[in-house]
Design a protein around this ligand. Structure first.
Ligand code: SF4
Length: 453
């Protein structure tokens, strides 16, 4: 079976027992955890900052139409152009048309998960346009022919030895190159690309309604370099990235930096608005976001600022890693939003693949109640009859048995163990031993202890 759920289960089963993979993730997330703990200490009152950010996002989502139009008016007045894309195909079509009109053959790209969402690189390639990723992590995964593993750190699954081996194979650099040597080599290589590119494509961390500008956050300066030379700058961004005012950045920039990497502030924070000297086009993407906005109980998921913190604390993500999800957005936030962006039927399984420990909710800088949203997705899937007939039968039977003391006590332990084996052996997996049930039930033991009839 090639449905997303079967692929997910198969990949998860394999990678969860891959010790090498687990060691790399443990190491890299361990580095993040140390930095994040230090970063949090710099806040006098982090909880207050999170609550303020959640309030701003709540207000924005409640009047999204107003703020988007305000952004459009101000950005256009600044000299930029804005186009609306209802879905991925429309966004790709618009971007390709723009690039072809300007006779673009090569674009430099600054890290953008939204461009991953619409599979932009593949589409550009089909149209004879070369896309060069300029964020180091993105560049590495592009060379490896892979998708980003994590929304903030795309090459988190690779050790320094893996990257050295990849560069040795691709660029004939020394097989034992150090991270410093690899970075220097990439910097040199990208310098030429920045100058040769005919256009830049970036995302935006925030859209600022009151000043009609985009806010870009990055650590390498590659975003700035990308937009410095070419005459055309395309910004692909989801409609949920809007903030009412430039004044909101003093709250959101540090929150994003601390939760993303543990920094006080990310190294380069840039505000760009339309200019006369170069063409700047913002492509505002919906692609299922309105579906989520229409759901009052779930729209809060659109508050996400893509800091990646929920991925880093998630016990499921830490075990199965980013590629297993086979979706652009992974981890808890991916499990919450993907069913709304790509269809509940095909992606509901992600909302079920959770321990509901709530750690994601505790860490989220904009206070999205992620674990509760997973439950809402499950509720929606059940109400829409999207769970399998076997699962429905199981839940019905379990409800009946657990509601009746007599039924729970009825079968002896051997019979119960057989039932367990029959129904649960597939989900339990072959690598764990099925637990044996106690010979006597709790109520039987209770009666014996208290000498009850
Ligand atoms: S849901 Fe919250 S923690 Fe997760 S990426 Fe978005 S903002 Fe960060």
């Amino acid at each position: 079976m090639n449905d997303p759920s079967s692929i997910f289960n198969k990949k998860a089963e394999q990678i969860a027992f891959d010790e090498t993979h687990r060691a790399k993730i443990k190491h890299n997330i361990g580095q993040y955890e140390k930095a994040f703990e230090d970063g949090k200490l710099r806040y006098a009152n982090l909880e207050l900052a999170r609550q303020r950010a959640a309030n701003v996002k709540y207000k924005t989502l409640s009047q999204l139409d107003k703020y988007l139009v305000e952004f459009e008016i101000n950005f256009t007045n600044n000299g930029g152009k804005l186009v609306w894309a209802r879905h991925a195909e429309e966004a790709v079509e618009l971007i390709v048309k723009l690039l072809k009109t300007e006779k673009v053959k090569k674009v430099v790209k600054s890290k953008s998960m939204t461009s991953e969402e619409i599979k932009l690189n593949e589409q550009l390639e089909k149209n004879g346009i070369q896309a060069v990723e300029t964020d180091l992590g993105e560049f590495i995964v592009q060379q490896a022919g892979e998708k980003p593993y994590h929304i903030v750190t795309p090459a988190m699954h690779k050790s320094k030895e893996d990257v050295a081996a990849l560069y040795h194979e691709k660029f004939n650099t020394a097989a034992d190159s150090t991270p410093g040597e690899i970075t220097a080599y990439t910097r040199q290589l990208l310098r030429d690309e920045f100058q040769l590119a005919d256009a830049a494509i970036t995302g935006a961390n925030f859209l600022l309604a009151d000043v009609g500008a985009i806010a870009l956050t990055e650590n390498e300066g590659n975003g700035l370099m990308s937009i410095a030379f070419p005459k055309l700058h395309i910004v692909l961004v989801g409609i949920e990235k809007i903030l009412p005012s430039i004044d909101d950045l003093d709250l959101f920039w540090p929150l994003l930096a601390t939760h993303g990497t543990g920094q006080v502030m990310t190294a380069y924070n840039t505000i760009v608005s339309g200019t006369e000297s170069k063409k700047m086009v913002v492509v505002l993407l919906d692609n299922g976001r309105s579906n989520l906005l229409a759901k009052k109980r779930q729209r809060q998921a659109l508050s996400c600022i893509r800091c990646g913190a929920c991925l880093n604390v998630c016990p499921v993500y830490k075990n199965i890693g980013g590629h297993t999800y086979d979706t652009t957005y992974t981890g808890p936030i991916g499990a919450v939003i993907t069913p709304h962006l790509k269809g509940m039927k095909a992606y509901k399984h992600l909302s079920f693949a959770s321990t509901l420990c709530g750690h994601c909710t505790e860490v989220c800088p904009v206070k999205i109640p992620l674990h509760q949203m997973l439950l809402l997705n499950r509720e929606e899937a059940v109400k829409e009859g999207l769970t399998s007939s076997g699962e429905r039968f199981m839940m019905k039977t379990a409800t009946q048995v657990l509601q009746s003391r007599r039924a729970t006590d009825f079968a002896g332990s051997t019979a119960k163990s057989l039932v367990m084996k029959y129904f649960f052996s597939k989900t339990w997996g072959s690598r764990r031993t099925m637990p044996k049930l106690a010979k006597k039930s709790f109520s039987q033991l209770w009666k014996e202890k208290h000498k009850l009839q």
